[in-house]
Design a protein around this ligand. Structure first.
Ligand SMILES: [Zn+2]
Length: 282
């Protein structure tokens, strides 16, 4: 026992012992270094993961915010426009409370088709009847457009103003009165074709679909336009004809091109604006 202790003391003084001690010391330092590196690396990794998670959450939130809205990164939003404006004879009514009250329309949501219920009368006669109401005060009625037996289109009221045609929907619709030859209320081909053309053009102007063209019947249940109430399948065909007309004749425009087109092509709107501002000043 005593001898072993002695040997050990001697051994501790030996070069071999010192060498091994130095190796152990280096090994420990190396281990500490590895441990520190691991802790530091782990911390960096955790920070990175947290940062990525936050970024992902924020990004998801942004995506949620824009969900449902059209994303036009690649393609600018375009509008369908029929460049060939229908031949419209603008004969605006004298502003009066019986047929042209001068109240502004809101955003146009539907085009409403009517029939005059007065067989054989012309577009001009119907327009003049609306005009006469300013003196006779007989009733309150009018329409933005009247389409005649020869397909002629007369505009009585700017679409920026309300007409007295579609009851509770006068505020946000454009109305078209249609002439007809007999009691059936069926439109002849000339009238029919002009109404299709006018409806298609107005749909594009107000950014509506063919399905947004409705009957007076759809507003109040009144039998107007009679033929299309009696024969709903004929109405479906009419809507299809409007859709086909748009498909065949409309071109795509950017918002700027569209605004420029309607800004230039709408003299009756300019007249209406002037008259409205005069009216507002009074
Ligand atoms: Zn009607």
């Amino acid at each position: 026992m005593q001898r072993e202790r002695k040997d050990f003391a001697a051994y501790r003084e030996s070069e071999e012992y010192k060498r091994l001690k130095e190796i152990r010391r280096k090994k420990r330092r190396k281990q500490v270094l590895i441990a520190r590196t691991c802790v530091f690396g782990g911390a960096v990794l955790i920070i990175l993961v947290v940062a990525l998670l936050i970024r992902a959450l924020v990004f998801d939130h942004k995506q949620l915010e824009t969900a449902g809205k059209p994303v036009n990164i690649l393609k600018e939003e375009t509008y369908l426009v029929i460049e060939k404006k229908p031949d419209i004879d603008v004969q605006l009514l004298t502003p009066n409370e019986y047929s042209r009250p001068g109240i502004a329309t809101e955003t146009i949501e539907n085009i409403v088709v009517h029939y005059t219920a007065n067989p054989g009368t012309t577009a001009q006669q119907n327009r003049n009847f609306f005009e006469s109401l300013k003196d006779t005060h007989e009733t309150s009625v009018s329409s933005h457009f009247v389409v005649g037996l020869e397909g002629e289109i007369i505009q009585c009221i700017p679409t920026t103003e309300r007409a007295y045609a579609s009851n509770q929907r006068n505020n946000n619709t454009v109305s078209i009165e249609c002439c007809h030859m007999d009691e059936t209320g069926k439109f002849n081909d000339s009238t029919y074709n002009s109404v299709v053309e006018l409806c298609a053009w107005l749909c594009c102007k107000f950014n509506l679909q063919a399905e947004d063209v409705i009957r007076h019947y759809d507003v109040t249940g009144k039998s107007c336009p009679k033929y299309f109430v009696d024969y709903p399948e004929e109405w479906d065909k009419f809507i299809q004809d409007v859709a086909d007309y748009i498909k065949e004749n409309a071109v795509e425009m950017t918002k700027e091109e569209r605004d420029a087109y309607y800004g230039e092509g709408q003299s009756e709107q300019e007249t209406a604006t002037e008259e409205n501002s005069e009216k507002n000043e009074q």
